[in-house]
Design a protein around this ligand. Structure first.
Ligand SMILES: Cc1ncc(COP(=O)(O)O)c(C=O)c1O
Length: 410
């Protein structure tokens, strides 16, 4: 059985020739048994969408008719120009890389994750190490690439942090671990990982593989820092370590702070030899001309200014949302680091009670199905009992969310 086949469409097949051919036997067993990633949009597509950590304030591009995509000038009948509208140069300058050769452009971070696994881990033998609760695609890509997953859970003490001794012990014990995926700030934890802990993994002499730091949400943490609330005076992005560490890849995306999830543009920062391996392996012309054009606009000074303005507004909206969640008696703690554009809040079995995952699941479904307001149920994740993850919306969307939670939990 191939999972997820549309039965109606399949019934339209006229014949299944030749008789000896069985698709199930042709597919690699790990692909056949794959539980595909269920992205937020698979479940609900309409309504107030506070489920996918998108940027509720829109793209970091000039709006209105001032800046239409110049269809004629882009020469869309030609394959994309390798200069990609100067995207690598702009990304290198934004993240203080020594040179554009320290930058890889991917089809979203999700392609970067998959490509790294394809390049640096051997199917059927290699392993990756992840620290749950974490972003689900690391595991799904591992299943596709026939890689085993070793899990070293995050420590949980109100916030979430790396268990560095356990990670380093796992790496020492298993030479087949080829890649370590760290997420900072984490999804769904929202917790920034201190760089001295990341460095302890990079410096582990028992580990000959690569460390990937996924910084999809880093601009929200940088805003916290610039407000003087956290990590003042220290580097918080692992980009600062790239010029020093040959075993580090930092991945970022334009899908979150830049509000450009639709164009599918991911960035990876690493030393030039590592970047070259990724470039040698990716599909030709993988970044479309329209994506490169729009991404270059977003990474130009006015786009960056707009991104920072939107991030500032979202951080303000997040503070208001957290304060209002705190006033609903049947909700518990807002857990995690709150360093990103979402929060995780506990649904309790009653005022002052215990986190209740069954109730969280019911509330999530009722919100989506009956009231068209979609958050994400994360209650089954380790350390996240009873938790809903709420992406920060506009002030009005957040108000709708609070009103609805108050009503359903009354
Ligand atoms: C931690 C993390 N990494 C990567 C991604 C995917 O980013 P992209 O849209 O660039 O594929 C997400 C999306 O939710 C994420 O949360």
């Amino acid at each position: 059985m191939i999972r997820g086949v549309d039965q109606r469409a399949d019934s339209l097949v006229r014949e299944r020739r030749p008789a000896h051919f069985k698709l199930e036997q042709a597919v690699r067993p790990n692909i056949l048994s794959l539980a595909p990633y269920r992205c937020a949009r698979d479940d609900f597509q309409e309504g107030v969408l506070l489920d996918a950590n998108e940027n509720a304030l829109g793209p970091s591009l000039s709006s209105g008719s001032e800046q239409p995509v110049p269809v004629d000038a882009l020469e869309l009948h030609r394959y994309p120009h390798p200069a990609l509208h100067g995207l690598r140069e702009s990304a290198a300058s934004l993240r203080s890389m020594p040179d554009p050769h320290f930058v890889f452009i991917g089809v979203g971070s999700d392609e970067v994750i998959d490509l790294i696994q394809r390049c640096f881990a051997r199917p059927g033998r290699g392993k990756i190490l992840v620290c749950p609760p974490t972003y689900g695609m690391y595991k799904v890509s591992a299943a596709i690439n026939d890689l085993e997953v070793v899990q070293v859970p995050l420590r949980f003490d109100g916030s979430f942090g790396l268990d560095v001794p356990a990670i380093n012990a796992a790496l020492a014990a298993d030479p087949d671990i080829a890649l370590v995926f760290l997420c900072s700030p984490g999804n769904p934890t929202g917790s920034l990982l201190p760089l001295d802990e990341v460095r302890q993994v990079l410096d582990n002499a028992n580990f000959n593989g690569l460390v990937i730091v996924d910084e999809a949400y880093i601009d929200f943490a940088l805003e916290e820092q610039s407000l003087g609330r956290k990590n003042v005076g220290t580097d918080i992005s692992a980009c600062s370590l790239v010029p020093d560490y040959a075993n580090l890849i930092v991945s970022q995306t334009l899908s979150k702070s830049f509000g450009l999830a639709a164009i599918r543009c991911g960035l990876a920062f690493a030393q030039p030899a590592t970047i070259q391996v990724l470039n040698n392996t990716k599909a030709p012309y993988s970044i479309s001309t329209t994506t490169a054009y729009l991404a270059a606009q977003a990474l130009a000074p006015p786009g960056i200014a707009k991104m920072r303005e939107n991030v500032r507004q979202l951080v303000e909206n997040r503070d208001t949302l957290i304060a209002e969640l705190g006033r609903i008696p049947a909700l518990g703690r807002v857990i995690g680091g709150n360093d990103a554009n979402f929060v995780m809040v506990e649904v309790l079995d009653g005022p002052g009670g215990k986190p209740d995952s069954a109730r969280a699941a019911t509330v999530y479904l009722t919100m989506a199905q009956e009231f068209d307001l979609v958050v994400r149920d994360r209650s089954k994740e380790p350390g996240c009992d009873g938790c809903l993850r709420i992406s920060i919306g506009t002030a009005d969307e957040n108000k709708q969310c609070i009103t609805l939670l108050e009503k359903l939990l009354a």
